[in-house]
Design a protein around this ligand. Structure first.
Ligand SMILES: NC(=O)c1ccc[n+]([C@@H]2O[C@H](COP(=O)([O-])OP(=O)(O)OC[C@H]3O[C@@H](n4cnc5c(N)ncnc54)[C@H](OP(=O)(O)O)[C@@H]3O)[C@@H](O)[C@H]2O)c1
Length: 315
């Protein structure tokens, strides 16, 4: 673990050092998607710094040569040193995935607010927020709304930002539930028959986030991210059948009913069940016009399905 640059070493104080010399801070770099972002940034030749909670395992990051600064989104004063002198911040960190005992939506609301305020104090020139597709349309889904509030706060506080809003991950750790159902020849049903949503592979999300740290991507925009077309559960089953060369059927509604039932007893289940209700409205669909312009090419759903199958060892 190394110390961040001292305040006096901040390149912005003399304006001569190119932003490429300054590190990009990743918040959430120990996570599944966050780890992919770190890999993409390093592949682009960036210096990477990561904000990692005290006690969390940073071995992988350290092995990759990432500068690790300890801090916690829920401890405001721990954030400024990590943000000092960076060319950009990328945040994919969340509490709603409940990786650690005690994690909660507090991270998504209060923690994100703390990050934005620290970025303002440190005059961070670019804040790339991993948001969620349709977050502004879903006040009833707490983890969606937390992203919408974070986007708005960045704008209100004058922190230059790029908000990247992907659809549902086809692949990666959070797509593991889906991969497990495919292993049994079924596609876990996330929406009623015929309703389509946007899917994307997490590697494509990481690629866009890394690109969004570059000056070529204009500031203060909210960018939907998806594949070439949305899919219903039935169409996803057909796509996976074609990719795998064996029959995958659309699943029944059992898991959704189960989730709705347990939503009465668990805050976390309520959050997810509200999300599935939102999916059912048919509004979780990306407009990929900006994505095509900024992060071309827009991947196909077949690309995403192939990667998911390969990654999960389903082939
Ligand atoms: N899954 C989907 O379909 C979907 C769709 C749209 C958008 N997204 C977005 O994609 C991202 C998924 O990220 P992921 O897969 O990397 O999540 P993850 O594996 O659950 O990792 C969460 C990360 O947040 C960090 N973190 C949690 N609380 C923190 C705190 N208080 N202070 C600092 N760091 C903290 C964790 O660090 P520790 O190592 O300390 O635990 C970890 O690095 C999220 O932003 C999510 O909203 C997902």
């Amino acid at each position: 673990m190394t110390e961040p640059d001292a305040p006096g070493a901040d390149a912005r104080t003399d304006g001569r050092t190119a932003s490429g010399d300054r590190p990009v801070l990743v918040v959430g770099g120990t996570g599944d998607l966050g780890g992919r972002v770190v890999d993409r940034l390093l592949a682009r030749g960036k210096r990477v710094r990561a904000l990692v909670r005290p006690g969390s395992d940073a071995t992988r990051l350290e092995r990759l040569g990432v500068e690790v600064v300890r801090g916690d989104m829920l401890v405001p004063e721990s954030l400024d040193p990590a943000m000092r002198g960076v060319s950009a911040v990328v945040s994919s960190a969340i509490g709603y995935s409940r990786r650690k005992k005690g994690d909660s939506l507090r991270t998504d609301f209060e923690g994100n607010r703390n990050l934005v305020e620290a970025a303002r104090r440190e005059t961070v020139p670019r804040f790339v927020l991993l948001s969620i597709l349709g977050c502004d349309l879903a006040p009833q889904v707490p983890h969606f709304w937390a992203k919408k509030e974070a986007e708005d706060l960045l704008e209100q506080r004058g922190v230059p930002f790029v908000a990247v809003r992907p659809g549902a991950f086809l692949g990666g750790r959070s797509g593991g539930f889906l991969a497990n159902s495919v292993r049994r020849g079924r596609v876990f049903r996330m929406m009623p028959p015929g309703v389509r949503i946007t899917f994307i592979h997490p590697d494509e999300v990481a690629r866009a986030l890394a690109e969004a740290t570059e000056e070529s991507i204009g500031l203060n925009q909210r960018i939907d991210l998806g594949s070439d077309r949305p899919l219903s559960t039935e169409e996803l089953a057909q796509t996976l059948t074609a990719v795998l060369g064996r029959t995958v059927k659309p699943g029944g509604s059992g898991t959704l009913h189960f989730m709705h039932f347990f939503a009465r007893f668990s805050k976390s289940m309520r959050d997810y069940s509200a999300m599935f209700d939102f999916f059912a409205t048919g509004k979780y669909i990306a407009d990929t016009t900006l994505q095509a312009k900024l992060f071309a090419p827009v991947p196909t759903v077949e690309d995403a399905a192939r990667k998911m199958v390969q990654e999960a060892g389903l082939g």
